[in-house]
Every structure is written in structure tokens, then in C-alpha cells.
Design a protein around this ligand. Structure first.
Ligand SMILES: NC(=O)c1ccc[n+]([C@@H]2O[C@H](COP(=O)([O-])OP(=O)(O)OC[C@H]3O[C@@H](n4cnc5c(N)ncnc54)[C@H](O)[C@@H]3O)[C@@H](O)[C@H]2O)c1
Ligand SMILES: O=C(O)[C@H](O)COP(=O)(O)O
Length: 389
């Protein structure tokens, strides 16, 4: 029986993945955690936990480095909510250009004007004259799962699109329309675009990347869209740029008390991934990744360990998380050879300073030696976690 702990509300389609052999939120010693934006940084993670899956993209709510040292595999669900974010972003682009939020709210304020409403509407509409996005220039910073969809569809809507991503994946590059221009530096985006949207993860490198230096070189009256993370933007510098009308509008999914008080801000309650489809996609993908890892040791879409899989044939697999240092595999296989244990199949991969090895043993692993095998391999210097599956 495996035990899963959940945080946040997880779509039923994901929870339904955990059938007979699973219990949910029934134990203080879960095998895995499934969550969305819940902040895990302050939580004590029980030693029983082997995997944590983020039903979503951003993992800044998870202490990934600490968990990696402890041999806990962290997953996310690349692309599972990208379409939802893209649709919200495109809607916001057009809504901003047509002053939709202010216009709707002004029209609603006419309640009580009776038969004067049509006349007031005709007289008042001039205050909301907008612009069209067609022909305007959009800068997309970060061309991952969300950025590539935004760039292609904005171009299809008639926009000139320029993108910047120094780490663009081969897949994303293949998906990008050939009509989209690639910036050599982020400053090229800052200097030339009417609208700028940022789709990068929050890391120590990207924190505050939209700051005074960036705002200073932007076109006057630029609109900035942040559907990624609030901390990507320096709030002090944003406030000044908004006051000076350098930035005509800041549209964000990540309000703070201070941001809400700034003029020309449109703030949404972190709605990017909040569609039925995205919630189901993310939960389903995350749950399957946990299930696969617990039951077979195979890893897909981990942010801290390599993607590794091998067909699972049952009761003969050693799953070993270890440091990425010389002779780890040599020591493990020597131990097996010295105990006359024959290897049927093996796979190994690394990510940064950590690595993962799966070894299938010929003829399975007899139950009487399981404990001894786990303990002795765990004692090899550099081995972090050993499981027999
Ligand atoms: N508002 C929401 O509900 C919502 C939903 C999904 C994702 N997000 C946020 O959006 C971010 C992006 O999502 P995604 O699914 O596209 O992620 P992704 O990992 O597919 O793409 C991120 C891209 O950013 C690029 N990048 C990293 N550092 C960069 C830098 N300094 N300059 C330019 N590009 C850089 C990467 O190379 C990658 O291509 C997530 O990390 C998350 O924080 C928010
Ligand atoms: O990073 C993400 O996937 C989004 O910010 C979605 O967050 P949520 O699952 O809390 O809506």
C-alpha cells in the first residue's frame, strides 16, 4: 500500500490515478506528496517521502536543492497548463489595448440612469478609445512551453513578435514560427517592443530581471505582462516607472498589497492555470509520474534527477539515488558481483551533482536478502537512497 499526501485542491482526474493500492491523506508517513502552489519551504518533509510532484510548472514553492540532497525526486508537469496561460495572456493583451476593464466598470456604473443609458453610452465611449494589437510589436522573454504558444498565436493575430531565450530547447525552437524574430539580447526586447511578456521560471538569476535598468531603456508607454511570478519584477522600480508613465500598464497574475495600490495595474488572482482542462492535465500527469516512480523507479519530468526508464518486469529492481562522482556504479556493481548477484539490465544517468541508477537482477531478489542488500548498498559512500522495487 502506498500513501499520498496532497496540498491544494487536486483535480479528481489526478486523484483517480491512485487506485486500489493507494491511500490519500491517511498517513503521517506518505510515500509521495502531490501539490500545486502550496509553500513547502517551511514544512518538515517526513523521511518516508520518496517523490514530490508539482501539478504545474513553477517549482519555486518547493525546496528543490534540499530535497535533492535527501534523494527525493521532484517532478513538475511541463506544458500541461501552457494553453491556459496563453489564452489568458492573449485575452489580457487585447483587453488592455481596448481598456476593457475600465470600460466594463464604467458602463456598470450607469445603473440607475434609466432611459438615459443609451445616450450616456454614446457620449461616454470616447474616453475608452483603444488601439489594435495587430501591427504592434510584442516581446516574449522565455520561450518554453508557454512562451512558444504566446509567440506563435500573437503572430497569427497580426503582431510583430520578437523572442529572447538563451536556453531555448530544441523542441521549442522547432515549434516557433519562422516569422518570429529572435533577439540576441534581452535589451533588444526592452528597447523595441510596445508590449512585453515574461515567461521564465523564478530563480536567483531571474529574480528582479525587470528593474530600473530594463525600464529605462524601454519605449515610452510600454505595457508589461507578468503571468510568471511576481518577484521577477522589482516593485520599487515598477512603482516609479508607472508614476512616470514610462510603463502605461502592468498586468499581473501575482498581486501584492503594494502592487494593488499602484495606478495602471490590472491584477488577477493567479488565474493562469485555473481552467478545468489545465487543472485536470496537470493533476493527471503529476499523479502518473508519482505512480510510475513509486511502482517501477522510472523517472519522467523530474526537475532534479535525470529522466530514466527501463521496462519493468517486477520484483528484481534496485533503484539507487547517489552522488554524481567517479566509481559509484563500479562500487555498486562490484558489491553485487562479490555476492554472486548477476545483473540482467542496468541504466544510469546524471543531472548536475546527482545521479540515478536502476539495476535489474537476474532471477529476482530473494526476500531474505532484501534488507541486507539495501543496507549494504546504502553504506557505499555517495549513495543517498536505495529501494528494491
Ligand atoms: N500564472 C500561472 O498560473 C502560471 C502557469 C504556468 C506557468 N507559470 C509560470 O511561468 C513560468 C514559465 O512556464 P513554462 O511552462 O513556459 O516553463 P518552461 O520551463 O517551459 O519555460 C521557461 C523558459 O524560460 C527560459 N529561461 C530561463 N531563464 C531565462 C532567462 N534568464 N531569460 C530568458 N529565458 C529564460 C527557459 O530556457 C525556458 O525555455 C513557470 O516557471 C511558472 O513560474 C505561471
Ligand atoms: O506554475 C504554475 O504552474 C502556475 O503558477 C499554476 O499555479 P497553480 O497550480 O497554483 O494555479
Amino acid at each position: 500500500m502506498y500513501s499520498i499526501r496532497t496540498y491544494n485542491s487536486i483535480a479528481k482526474r489526478g486523484l483517480d490515478v491512485f487506485t486500489d493500492n493507494y491511500e490519500i491523506n491517511a498517513s503521517d508517513y506518505p510515500d509521495a506528496i502531490l501539490l500545486r502552489s502550496y509553500n513547502l519551504h517551511e514544512e518538515v518533509i517526513p523521511e518516508s517521502v520518496k517523490a514530490i510532484a508539482r501539478a504545474g510548472a513553477g517549482v519555486n514553492n518547493i525546496p528543490v536543492d534540499r530535497l535533492t540532497e535527501e534523494g527525493i525526486v521532484v517532478f513538475n508537469t511541463p506544458g500541461a497548463n501552457a494553453n491556459a496561460v496563453k489564452e489568458l495572456l492573449l485575452m489580457s493583451l487585447i483587453a488592455t489595448s481596448r481598456h476593457l476593464v475600465e470600460a466594463v466598470s464604467w458602463t456598470k456604473s450607469l445603473i440607475g440612469e434609466g432611459e438615459n443609458v443609451p445616450k450616456l453610452v454614446e457620449n461616454g465611449k470616447k474616453q475608452f478609445v483603444g488601439t489594435e494589437i495587430s501591427g504592434k510589436k510584442l516581446g516574449v522573454i522565455g520561450v518554453g512551453k508557454v512562451g512558444v504558444l504566446v509567440a506563435n498565436d500573437a503572430h497569427a493575430l497580426g503582431m510583430e513578435v520578437m523572442v529572447y531565450d538563451p536556453f531555448i530547447s530544441v523542441n521549442a525552437a522547432w515549434q516557433l514560427s519562422r516569422n518570429i524574430k529572435r533577439a540576441e539580447s534581452v535589451n533588444e526586447i526592452f528597447q523595441s517592443c510596445d508590449y512585453i511578456t515574461i515567461h521564465v521560471p523564478l530563480t536567483s538569476e531571474t529574480k528582479g530581471m525587470l528593474n530600473q535598468n530594463a525600464f529605462e531603456i524601454m519605449q515610452n508607454h510600454v505595457h508589461i505582462f507578468n503571468f510568471s511570478r511576481g518577484e521577477l519584477v522589482n516593485e520599487d522600480d515598477l512603482e516609479i516607472a508607472l508614476q512616470e508613465r514610462k510603463i502605461a500598464g502592468y498586468i499581473t497574475d501575482f498581486p501584492t498589497e503594494r502592487i494593488l495600490q499602484m495606478k495602471n495595474v490590472v491584477a488577477l488572482p493567479h488565474l493562469g492555470a485555473s481552467t478545468t482542462e489545465a487543472e485536470e492535465n496537470c493533476a493527471y500527469m503529476a499523479a502518473n509520474q508519482i505512480k510510475e516512480y513509486l511502482e517501477t523507479g522510472n523517472i519522467q519530468n523530474s526537475v532534479n534527477f535525470p529522466n530514466i526508464s527501463m521496462p519493468y518486469v517486477g520484483n528484481k529492481r534496485l533503484s539507487i539515488i547517489h552522488k554524481n562522482i567517479p566509481n559509484m556504479v563500479g562500487q555498486i556493481t562490484s558489491y553485487l558481483a562479490n555476492h554472486s548477484i548477476n545483473i540482467a539490465n542496468m541504466v544510469n544517468g546524471s543531472k548536475g551533482a546527482f545521479a540515478y541508477t536502476m539495476i535489474d537482477i537476474d532471477n529476482g531478489i530473494p526476500s531474505e536478502v532484501r534488507n541486507e542488500l539495501t543496507v549494504n548498498i546504502s553504506r557505499i559512500n555517495g549513495v543517498i537512497k536505495v529501494r528494491i522495487i
